[in-house]
Write a protein that binds this ligand. Structure first.
Ligand SMILES: [Zn+2]
Ligand SMILES: [Zn+2]
Length: 508
């Protein structure tokens, strides 16, 4: 314990085994310790000891987005994911929100790496904006995530200045005192992995985003055997996705969405555009296969769509999916029943392809009566107004607009990539962690998840806040204090392009 510099005055309290209510931040009940406040940019960062794992969730709690989690052990730190959050209303011109990397400066030389769970913006979106000028720890990612990150860094001309390490799904590697096993999951992007981080103080399972998709269309279903094996070996704590923790959901899969698309193309005679997230390669493949099967030509619209396609093709993830037309404008002049487009913009983004299509941009085929647009996504809270605007414009042109919650031939046009309460219970039964730290959700989601974790047999479930410092050890799990972690509001340029952040003082 002598390495534990969190504060000697509190050292004795840390040994108290947690008990008590589900969502109590200080599970010691009567042993509530005063919060230690780590000074802004200060020298008070604790040096993690060998008998503990320190966890600092810098984002993703009480909000959706900006997933960053620091793990500290035996004098070293690693970061899991570095995503962005999208601004609320009232932040005009702000393109992304990230933790201010300046506050990590005191531990910069002990930050040994960044490990990525999957290629979604809320997990990787900060990298090209902050690396290498504001942070420069080496990065570990799967081939698909690494491909997406590399393209972004190349656009900023910083690819050569960042150290990138590639790991395959299911492989293991070590970073300093952290032994990391990766576990194949399913989500709404290729190659999502959970990370089992093992130290001499125990194992933490960091799930990232996941669901149990029996038919993911790209990649294999979840590696249940490995999750059980990791559970058998003993898991001290699990940090797990809370997005849908408040409700039971039916088992859904990308395979069902493919059937819905096939039904759609079989029953519509006009032009069809399917709008989904560019990184949902399985969804893009399903739309393409269904369209080509119905005798249509397919074009992709949107730069992120073409980036994602290029990475997926280079890795062989789109085998069996024919090449797309190089430009949506090449669809013009075809018979309407031969036209299919796959595009971005399902969140109503003004500059994205769907909004341009709705405005009648000449680069796209002209959509009107008899044509169909499917928004194969969930509208993220906060984007409803923007989506309504685009949908109204399309409907005013006579276009039939189908939303993600609608069914086609009894099959869903969109499925969530996150686990419902029933899938969470299944995961807890496999992993059996002693402590639960729900992440990736608003307070309502985190609280529902904590309750579920306790009912599933966890000794304690901690609902924590961003920037709180949690100490995990065989002796217990406890919130020790918080670090002052200011946020940066980043703006894009007038073309909507991302602008990297350069701190006043560059790194040595
Ligand atoms: Zn996420
Ligand atoms: Zn995700």
């Amino acid at each position: 314990m002598k390495e534990d510099l969190i504060g000697a005055a509190h050292a004795d309290a840390t040994a108290t085994a947690p008990s008590g209510p589900v969502t109590d931040k200080k599970p010691g009940g009567g042993n509530v310790i005063p919060f230690q406040r780590y000074n802004e940019f200060g020298s008070r960062w604790p040096v993690p000891g060998e008998a503990e794992i320190l966890v600092v969730p810098l984002g993703g709690l009480g909000r959706i987005g900006m997933n960053w989690t620091l793990y500290g052990h035996a004098g070293a730190w690693i970061l899991v994911d570095a995503g962005i959050s999208f601004p609320d209303e009232g932040h005009e011109g702000v393109d992304a929100i990230v933790p201010d990397p300046g506050f990590l400066a005191p531990i910069q030389d002990r930050l040994l790496g960044l490990v990525i769970t999957h290629a979604h913006e809320d997990h990787i979106g900060a990298i090209d904006r902050l690396w290498p000028h504001a942070l420069n720890a080496p990065i570990w990612a799967t081939p698909f995530a690494l491909g997406m990150i590399s393209r972004r860094l190349a656009e900023q001309d910083t690819l050569d200045a960042v150290t990138l390490n590639r790991f395959d799904v299911g492989s293991s590697f070590s970073i300093g005192p952290f032994a990391i096993e990766t576990v194949r999951l399913t989500h709404s992007v290729p190659e999502p992995v959970a990370l089992a981080v093992t130290t001499t103080a125990g194992t933490v399972l960091h799930t990232g985003d996941w669901k149990f998709d029996p038919e993911p269309m790209i990649g294999q279903p979840t590696d249940f055997d490995k999750l059980r094996r990791i559970g058998d070996a003993g898991v001290l704590a699990m940090l797990c996705d809370s997005t849908n923790a408040h409700k039971d959901l039916p088992v859904t899969s990308e395979g069902q969405v493919r059937q819905a698309f096939q039904k759609l193309f079989a029953t519509r005679k006009g032009q069809i555009a399917i709008c989904c997230f560019a990184t949902n390669v399985a969804r893009v493949a399903s739309a393409a296969v269904a369209a080509v099967g119905a005798g249509r030509k397919v074009a992709l619209a949107g730069r992120s769509m073409r980036n994602s396609e290029a990475v997926a093709r280079s890795l062989g993830l789109l085998e069996g999916v024919p090449e797309f037309l190089s430009e949506p404008s090449h669809l013009r002049g075809l018979d309407r029943k031969e036209v299919a487009m796959i595009c971005t913009g399902g969140q109503g983004e003004e500059r994205a392809a769907l909004a341009r299509l709705a405005r009648g941009d000449r680069r796209f085929p002209s959509f009107g009566a008899g044509d169909t647009v499917v928004i194969s996504a969930r509208v993220i809270p906060g984007n409803e107004e923007a989506v309504d605007k685009v949908v109204s414009q399309l409907r005013a042109r006579g276009v039939e607009v189908l939303m993600g919650h609608e069914l086609m031939g009894g099959m869903p046009l969109h499925v969530s990539g996150h686990p419902g309460a029933n899938e969470l219970r299944e995961l807890y039964a496999l992993v059996r962690p002693r402590f639960a730290l729900p992440v990736h959700g608003t307070e309502m989601h985190l609280t529902a998840h904590a309750r579920l974790a306790r009912a599933a047999g966890c000794e304690a479930a901690l609902v924590t806040e961003e920037a709180e410092l949690i100490r995990l050890s065989p002796a217990g799990a406890r919130v020790m204090g918080r670090v002052d972690a200011p946020l940066l509001h980043l703006q894009s340029d007038e073309n909507g392009d991302r602008v990297p952040y350069r701190p006043q003082i560059a790194l040595a």
